[in-house]
Design a protein around this ligand. Structure first.
Ligand SMILES: Nc1ncnc2c1ncn2[C@@H]1O[C@H](COP(=O)(O)OP(=O)(O)OP(=O)(O)O)[C@@H](O)[C@H]1O
Ligand SMILES: [Mg+2]
Length: 260
């Protein structure tokens, strides 16, 4: 099985060598967790290897995303101009999803039109949860998504990232609870509080056919680099616990001095 780099060396290692080419992966996390940045880093890696890439924005204006990427030192515009990168936005109404149901023609047609039927190596749908917003019949959305994924995997043979937001503080892996079953792997990004600071975390929750590293790591977002994976969360927590123990010891020494 051929592997595709995520654009983050450490994450490739955590996944057992990167994504499997032509499969679909879910990037789940609460708002502001860094999902879009991870997705752009993945696409940028493809563009640097001269691979045709597609970014479908279902929520934010795509121009804002590309302009925002400049704050990280990433300039996507030359790739747009030379026809290697196809960023575009689709706004789907729930009624439309229902109408197309299982055929999901609108979405696939839009992708085909934008890429003029040419090859696609990597594609990101950000956030896929926007597809199902307000849709009452979950069945239609699931079938719709399944059709889109089948098209991307079987017709395009593209490595696909589905971005999904999960409600803050929730332990769910996806907004609707079925996206993870459609994906070959799941990466979870989060924000946790430690010592009065917010710490970013990332871990691999599932990775079919791979020996994955199940450790929860911490990460930073740095201009010029994007996502930089740091030490495991555990080592930070134990350091913080040690500090607490030390503080307690000092306190009890003070108490002893006072009482003597
Ligand atoms: N240029 C930058 N340098 C450092 N950190 C940045 C930079 N740009 C954004 N960030 C950090 O990244 C966070 C947003 O990341 P991103 O847009 O990938 O999140 P997201 O998970 O896609 O959020 P949403 O669910 O709202 O779309 C910001 O809150 C900020 O902390
Ligand atoms: Mg985002």
């Amino acid at each position: 099985m051929q592997r595709v780099s995520t654009g983050i060396l450490k994450l490739d290692k955590m996944l057992g060598g990167g994504f499997i080419q032509g499969r679909t992966y879910l990037i789940a996390g609460e708002t502001g967790a860094g999902k879009t940045i991870l997705a752009l880093q993945f696409l940028r890696d493809g563009l640097l290897r001269n691979e045709p890439c597609v970014y479908v924005s279902l929520d934010e204006r795509v121009g804002n995303v590309l302009t925002g990427a400049e704050t990280l030192g990433w300039n996507f515009w030359p790739y747009v101009k030379n026809g290697l990168f196809y960023p575009f936005e689709i706004r789907l109404e729930a009624a439309e999803v229902r109408k197309y149901g299982k055929e999901s023609k609108a979405f696939i047609e839009a992708i085909r039109r934008v890429t003029r039927g040419g090859p696609i190596s990597r594609i990101v749908l950000d956030p896929v949860s926007a597809l199902a917003m307000g849709a009452k019949e979950e069945f239609y959305v699931r079938e719709y998504l399944r059709e889109v994924i089948t098209y991307l995997e079987e017709v395009c043979n593209a490595t696909t990232l589905l971005i999904t937001d999960i409600p803050t503080g929730s332990t769910k892996l996806s907004r609707f609870g079925y996206e993870e079953f459609l994906a070959s792997g799941v990466i979870v990004m989060g924000i946790t509080r430690l010592d009065g600071k917010l710490i970013r975390t990332i871990y691999v929750r599932k990775m079919r056919w791979s020996q994955m590293d199940p450790t929860i790591y911490t990460f930073d977002i740095q201009s010029g680099f994007g996502i930089v994976i740091k030490q495991p969360l555990d080592s930070l927590v134990s350091k913080s616990a040690m500090k607490e123990v030390k503080a307690d010891d000092e306190l009890s020494e003070d108490e002893e001095e006072q009482s003597s």
